[in-house]
Design a protein around this ligand. Structure first.
Ligand SMILES: [Zn+2]
Ligand SMILES: [Zn+2]
Length: 268
């Protein structure tokens, strides 16, 4: 692109007229995942010709790398079976001890390009990455019943101050908009500063999260969609869902951007 045109396109983008500029061919469209120029047509990771309106542009390589995990999972917790070609079936853990949520939706496994994208959202306050990941999550949630409120898994206020924003709140925006439901971050609060769950055993995670959440009385009688970025053992989600149900929520569905590939029972 001629430097003058590029400068004009930049100014137009600053003015919030990016879509108009792209339509006029003034602005280069870049892949929302890798930032390389691409043809400007929004692509769903599944390669489907029809893109939902919230889908940003992806280059073909990123669309392939960010394809959702379809098949070969436990529909109750997202734990992957050995091969994606195996039929969906509950895992032994969910058969032995069913999780407290109603439906579970995830985009994919926490590896490769999706892991990279989740980390960008978590640690970089990268709003473009949050929009991309939120759009993928909205697609994964499209068949869920409309909730009364979409609730992000909260951070403790201390950690929120350190980090600046709750990445789960950013991720929840597009699923809430797509389902026509209000965002209700105030319906669930983290009351005890838990240490990070990474590296803890399943039992230590449970202990670490005991009494960690408190629910707002407004959840009584509501159906809730709870949004988290990464699900490792499902302990955080289970504690949060238990708390909402104890406070009178009628049902809680869960949506996670990424699920760790190792089974919770085998996690450290
Ligand atoms: Zn790309
Ligand atoms: Zn399971």
């Amino acid at each position: 692109m001629h430097p003058l045109l590029a400068r004009l396109a930049g100014l137009v983008d600053l003015a919030g007229l990016g879509a108009w500029a792209r339509a006029c061919g003034l602005a280069e469209v870049r892949c929302a995942a890798c930032g390389r120029p691409c043809d400007g047509h929004p692509a769903t990771p599944s390669g489907a010709p029809e893109s939902p309106s919230h889908a940003p542009a992806l280059c073909p390589a990123c669309a392939l790398a960010l394809a959702p995990r379809r098949g070969g999972i436990c529909p109750r917790c997202g734990a992957p079976h050995a091969l994606p070609t195996l039929p969906d079936a509950p895992c032994v853990h969910c058969l032995a001890s069913p999780p407290p949520w109603a439906a579970f939706r995830m985009h994919g496994l926490y590896e490769g390009a999706l892991r990279h994208l989740v980390l960008r959202v978590k640690f970089s306050e990268d709003h473009a990455a949050a929009r991309l990941l939120g759009g993928l999550l909205a697609t994964a949630c499209a068949d869920l019943p409309r909730p009364d409120g979409v609730v992000p898994v909260p951070l403790h206020p201390e950690r929120l101050r350190r980090r600046g924003c709750n990445q789960c709140l950013e991720l929840a925006r597009l699923p809430a908009a797509a389902l026509g439901a209000p965002l209700r971050p105030g319906w669930l609060t983290r009351v005890t500063p838990t240490r990070p769950q990474t590296g803890l055993s399943r039992q230590e995670r449970r202990r670490n999260l005991r009494g960690a959440f408190t629910a707002h009385p407004d959840v009584r009688g509501r159906r809730i969609l709870l949004v988290d970025d990464i699900c490792t053992t499902g302990t955080t989600l289970a504690r949060a869902v238990d708390c909402l149900l104890r406070a009178g929520a009628v049902a809680v569905d869960c949506a996670v951007a990424a699920r760790t590939p190792a089974h919770p029972g085998r996690q450290g």
